[in-house]
Design a protein around this ligand. Structure first.
Ligand code: PLP
Length: 367
């Protein structure tokens, strides 16, 4: 079987033994803290953890709000941002499917703006903005899930300019940002707009451990307070034990060393995956050459509909996520193609190449 279906970190990119040692130290030294409730009343997360996260982003700890993974950050932000404004949310098409589901659960009307190899199609975005101003624009600007696209510096500046001009908020979701294999990192959107118009959603899932379930929002203090009130009304706080383990692990430099290790481990997989896609599926199918992260993706011309293609691929042992699921509403891949997200992080170069070779064979057979 060739599982191209999930973007979870490979075992080699989680420093399990080192995390276990930090957890043991927390249990030995702080049992009274971690087995008690966290304080209530605008509690925004474990202070030591917020201080460590603030260092990662050169931000003020007052501007950090800790959540149970970044999906919960998206959930609370959607509740907060959609409460007082209209239902419109603009997203990249394709985009992270779970985010769309969360926004829709909060009553959002989600519109997909086509994503090009270097970020959103700004002409289409301007057309949509001429019709309606969204409550927020959700973007994954670095090594996007699912496409692997990184938004260029120019487009980042343009997005921030449009947000100022039209008065909407940008939510930038950056779980993969640290996993860069080549090129230089463009400026984070939040740095281009220091006035609070950009809210950053971060996560330790891809740089340290998804099991810690540590996500966070970086925002103005009034937004942080509003999110804290929403959190307190539902689950009080993230688990103190996990927050303490995360704080201690960050203080011990585990994220920094693990990022280095993960990049060293993932880069050969990335290089081999891009080469295999070019060889078996063709340069034209490639949406972008990812400079980091987990995903390479294609718009693959196929002679059938998506359902038939996925069923045929599955019969040949290639498991794929339904590409159309990454397109919200009426957005869709170009006519005559299917969108395929091909996560390379969890497959060896040989497995990946054999998987895409089979995809090429399936396409040829269906023709
Ligand atoms: C773009 C994006 N946002 C959020 C998440 C969820 O991450 P977390 O584990 O922090 O909830 C993922 C996970 O794959 C993701 O790709």
């Amino acid at each position: 079987m060739f599982p191209f279906s999930r973007g979870i970190p490979p075992r080699e990119a989680i420093p399990a033994q080192e995390l276990a040692a930090q957890a043991a130290a927390v249990l030995a030294e702080q049992p009274d803290d971690v087995f008690q409730y966290a304080p209530i009343g605008n509690h925004t997360g474990d202070l030591a953890l917020r201080e460590e996260l603030a260092k990662l982003h050169t931000a003020d700890p007052e501007r950090i709000f800790v959540t149970n993974g970044s999906l919960q950050a998206l959930d609370l932000l959607a509740a907060h941002l959609l409460r007082d404004t209209g239902p419109d949310v603009y997203v990249e098409a394709p985009t992270y499917d779970r985010a769309v589901q969360i926004f829709e659960r909060h009553g959002a009307r989600v519109t997909g703006i086509p994503l090009r190899h270097d970020g959103l199609d700004l002409d289409v975005l301007r057309e949509r903005l001429a019709e309606r101003t969204p409550a927020f624009l959700y973007v994954i600007p670095d090594f996007q899930n699912p496409s692997g696209v990184t938004t260029s510096e120019d487009k980042r500046r343009a997005l921030v300019g449009l947000a100022e001009e039209h008065g909407f908020v940008i939510v930038e979701d950056i779980p993969y940002r640290e996993l860069r294999f080549e090129g230089t990192a463009p400026t984070p959107l939040a740095e281009l707009s220091p006035g609070g118009r950009v809210l950053t959603v971060g996560s330790l899932s891809k740089i340290l451990s998804p099991g810690l379930r540590v996500g966070y929002v970086i925002a103005e203090p009034h937004t942080v307070t509003a999110l804290a009130a929403l959190a307190e009304g539902t689950y009080l706080s993230p688990a103190p034990l996990l927050q303490a383990v995360a704080a201690r692990s960050l203080a011990a430099g585990l994220a920094a060393s693990n990022i280095e290790r993960a990049v060293r481990f993932l880069k050969p997989r990335h290089d081999a995956a891009v080469a295999a896609v070019r060889r078996h599926l063709g340069e034209d199918a490639l949406i972008a050459v990812p400079e980091g992260g987990y995903y390479v993706s294609v718009h693959l011309p196929v002679p059938t509909d998506e359902k038939t293609f996925l069923a045929a691929a599955k019969k040949d042992g290639v498991l794929l996520t339904r590409g159309s699921a990454f397109y919200p509403g009426s957005a869709a891949p170009p006519a005559g193609t299917v969108f395929l997200r091909l996560p390379f992080q969890a497959l060896t170069p040989e497995e990946f190449a054999a998987g895409v070779e089979r995809l090429a064979a399936v396409t040829a057979r269906l023709a």
